[in-house]
Design a binder for this molecule. Sequence first.
Ligand code: EPZ
Length: 421
Amino acid sequence: MTQKFIINGRKPLKGTMAVSGSKNAALPLIAASILASSPVELSNVPDIQDVNTMLKILAYLGAKTEWVKPGVIRIDCAKLCSRNLPHELVCKLRASILLISPLLARFGKAKMAYPGGCVIGKRPLDAHLDTPKYLGAKVKSGKYLQLSAKQLKGTRIIIEEVSVTGTESAIMAAVTAKGETELVLAAMEPHVQDLCRFLNKMGAKIRGIGTHILKITGVRKLKGVRHKVIADYIELGTFAIAAALVPKSKVTITGGNPEDLEALWNKFREIGVNFSIKDKNVTVKHTPRLKPCRKLITRVHPGFPTDLQAPFGLLLTQAPGVVKVFETIFEGRLNYLFELEKMGARVEILNPHQAIVIGPTKLRGANVTSCDLRAGATLVLAALAAQGTSEVAHIDYIDRGYEAFEEKLKGLGARIRRVAS
Ligand code: EPZ
């Protein structure tokens, strides 16, 4: 049963909110627990659908998984067995593809249906299947993805697409492969770095963390450890943009790593957003008169993150002028602009990777529908800034990736309520 938010716009957001742990860090960490010979304990884990789905998949494989207290999960893979992962489990999220490498590394084989996830583009899997092949695995892709290898052997791999989960898969395949692996053009998003730090704590030997070249020396055994999941920089950015957008708002966001969002703060400075950063806390005030933006281009980290392209595209509807938005990573991540048009935005989608936004335009309440996780959050932000009442449908997307989203917004004064559609 789908649900929707009903939102009364233009209520100022005031006060302090704390960022949760990162969805895109927690998911690979849960997958990597498969490699541990003893229990793993992860703290600062967001209680969101994608995390619980990954835990359900591990439990299906025989792992003991439990929330020992809010934010803390314990995963014991001692009794894990190698089973085919069925469609109904893995189709719910893209991150299920992250299981294939650790299962291959641990059991010498892995078989799973195709992963799901937000429809923001074709999202091929070559980066996930090429690297095990380079390391010596046999790969078959038909109704299922099937990989097998007696012993993975290290080598030099150039990861064609700078793929985030593709890099994470390659790292998890290489850490127990025989000999040296060099991953060239590795992604270096904060969550990729967190995975490397976690694996090194477990006994892996990964060098070059935070660069696009990772050197990995295979080890025989990895032990379970305690690890705190990094803060969610996309949630931090989402709430910072909300505060800049909604009239008369002033919000301080704590618990994040602002250094992960240099590219956003540079854009904030370019368009004159009123914000400050002190001891890792970010305070953002509504900025009624923004300056023109030259253009917005999404890039791999540390460039402007594709996951903030939609929220920032919304903010650009309030900036003067005509600005080009280049979504260079995905070919299906501009559709939220059609929903914003229903609220009064002036936009043009030129092709799957480019759009223009003309501002400033007044936003008025409307009935809109989320088309993916970050687009859903963007429509909520637009409704918070719009004159009048809005309904945002298909909010189950939002539940996949933002912990207690409406509770945090209500805590800042937003008038938002969840009802059955
Ligand atoms: C991860 O997706 C994130 N998901 C996405 O976050 C994020 O938008 C994306 O990285 C980019 O930062 C998780 O970490 C669970 P990619 P991923 O592989 O790994 C192409 C969110 O909102 N590609 O980096 O699937 C692909 O088509 C989600 O939290 C290939 O060509 O993204 C895309 O154009 C949405 N072949 C580009 O690379 C492959 O095998 C980037 O994709 C894999 C990817």
